[in-house]
Design a protein around this ligand. Structure first.
Ligand code: BG6
Length: 507
């Protein structure tokens, strides 16, 4: 496997949660697996003043706390020795001159050849200022070593702000230098959507409107909004999960085979999907999009707060914690096939999966329940109990010819000794390698906003578009069934275990 070039990773927002929980454990894991070059360094940046030693201490604790396994002490010591810290007022252009000097010092010390990654793990309103100030200090210039800018979601708050953000970033860095992270693309199982589709001969011929009746994507979480009320109440689940993660999954399910496996070819195909999603018009938003908000309930005997009673949430908030939507992809492959997607907080379980529902057979030979539920389904489980499940019919042993539904499954857990890297590990490594295949391009971000934006506008402008309540711990408002009923189908109600489904599952 290729090893990335020597580099310095600069993390803006280094005292924040993401750095502690995800970035440092991911970088350490790469280091421990010897996937990083010997010459590399990390410079943490945030407003608060710490010495290098105090920051190293904090990071050591974070890695111990969030790595999932007990880290090797020697490796941890070697890793943190490469970490530095500097307090920075991100708003002050002059501070970047000092920053530039500090980076040069670290660069010389670690022989990193002027290769820098600027990772923006700050509140989004700072992105443009940081990019501008880096540019002002000449730190964008790739002539002496490459410079890459990693931006965390959200990329904008709506179409207009996303376009403005892209415009402003592109005034400071080239598109090829900008890596927009969507951590769903870093998930092994999401990447497997591509490999599963394009490395097998048997599924692709069926992967179209001739054989597929509908596609379902669910991303459910059992947690609520935890301590993120302030952010979430102004975002809502459509911005938080659908505009980015779920649409990216749809992109991978629906895309045409790329001519080659590289960033340009793959991203050229996903953008076509986003651009082919039929925009909502007329009454579509009222009829095809449904929002909900969780209400107080009892889960496993424990009382659970309703959304409006959560910390930092406005008492009469109409922010959605659940959304279900139906849409069409207007192209040759998918014309007429409805896509149903839903995402929610405080659902019965945590699960993300895509289900390809095949059309029912044209003629019924055997005794079998008439419902469409008995058609073949392919379930691609993104998390947890990662795997793939195919549901098909076979003869019920015994007299007669009765059909019984059975499962054929593959589970990642059955692969012996195979380490599944965490999303951030994969993405950080790819960025160091200069591979942007799993990063989102500006046009894709804007295309996704273009689809979602009219919904947000309608919701904020039209009081008659209801927010349905659902008790915490359930599958969202009962009304979400309505979206599918017209097609005589139902949601799959997935359980923690891939093979189980049903409205009630093990919690
Ligand atoms: C984040 C959202 O992007 O994704 C969170 O902001 C959500 O609200 C999270 O909980 C879900 O990620 P995962 O990897 O746990 O499915």
């Amino acid at each position: 496997m290729a090893q990335p070039a020597k580099c310095v990773v600069l993390i803006f927002g280094a005292s924040g949660d993401l750095t502690k929980r995800k970035l440092m454990p991911a970088l350490f894991s790469l280091f421990a697996q010897r996937l990083l070059p010997d010459d590399f360094a990390i410079l943490g940046l945030s407003r608060t003043a710490f010495s290098d030693e105090v920051f190293r201490d904090r990071i050591t604790k974070a890695i111990r706390g969030f790595s999932g396994t007990e880290p090797d002490q020697q490796k941890l010591t070697d890793f943190v020795a490469r970490i530095y810290y500097q307090a920075l007022d991100t708003q002050d252009p002059k501070a970047y001159e000092q920053l530039s000097r500090r980076i040069s010092e670290i660069d010389r010390q670690h022989s990193t050849n002027g290769n820098y990654i600027f990772y923006l793990s700050t509140p989004p309103f700072m992105y443009e200022t940081i990019a501008r100030n880096l540019h002002g200090a000449g730190l964008h210039d790739s002539q002496n070593g490459w410079k890459r800018l990693v931006v965390e979601k959200p990329f904008g708050y709506d179409l207009e702000s996303a376009q403005k953000l892209n415009r402003n970033l592109l005034e400071c860095f080239e598109e090829e230098q900008i890596y927009r992270i969507d951590h769903y693309l870093g998930k092994e199982t999401v990447q497997n959507l591509l490999v599963f589709r394009f490395s097998n001969e048997i599924f692709e011929p069926l992967w179209n409107s001739n054989y597929v009746s509908h596609v379902e994507v669910t991303s459910a979480e059992h947690i609520g909004i935890e301590d993120r009320g302030k952010y979430f109440d102004s975002a809502g689940i459509l911005r938080d999960m659908v505009q980015n993660h779920l649409l990216q999954v749809v992109g991978m399910i629906a895309m045409e085979p790329p001519h080659a496996f590289n960033a340009r070819a793959v991203r050229n195909e996903t953008i076509k999907v986003f651009e082919s999603i039929k925009p909502y018009s007329g009454d579509d938003i009222r009829n095809h999009v449904l929002r909900g908000q969780y209400t107080a309930s009892t889960i496993r005997g424990e009382p659970v707060l309703g959304y409006r009673d959560e910390k930092d949430v406005a008492p009469g908030s109409r922010t959605e914690t659940f959304v279900a939507m139906k849409f069409y992809i207007q192209n040759w492959r998918w014309g007429g096939v409805p896509f149903f997607i839903r995402s929610g907080k405080r659902m019965p379980t945590r699960v993300t999966e895509a289900v390809i529902h095949f059309k029912p057979k044209p003629h019924q030979l055997f005794e079998q329940s008439k419902s469409l539920r008995d058609a073949n389904k392919l379930i691609i489980r993104i998390q947890p109990d990662e795997g793939i499940l195919l549901k098909f019919g076979m003869k019920q042993p015994g007299a007669g010819f009765t059909v019984k539904k059975v499962n054929m499954d593959f589970r990642y857990a059955d692969l012996a000794d195979t380490y599944q890297p965490k999303a951030y590990e994969r993405l950080l490594l790819d960025c160091m390698l200069g591979d942007a295949t799993l990063y989102t391009r500006n046009d894709a971000v804007e295309a996704c906003w273009r689809f979602v934006d009219p919904v947000l506008k309608a919701w904020s402008g039209d009081e008659s578009l209801k927010v349905f309540g659902y008790p915490a711990g359930t599958w969202g408002p009962a009304e979400s069934e309505q979206l599918l009923r017209e097609h005589k189908v139902e949601w799959r109600y997935p359980c923690k275990n891939l093979a189980d489904d049903g409205e009630y599952c093990e919690l």
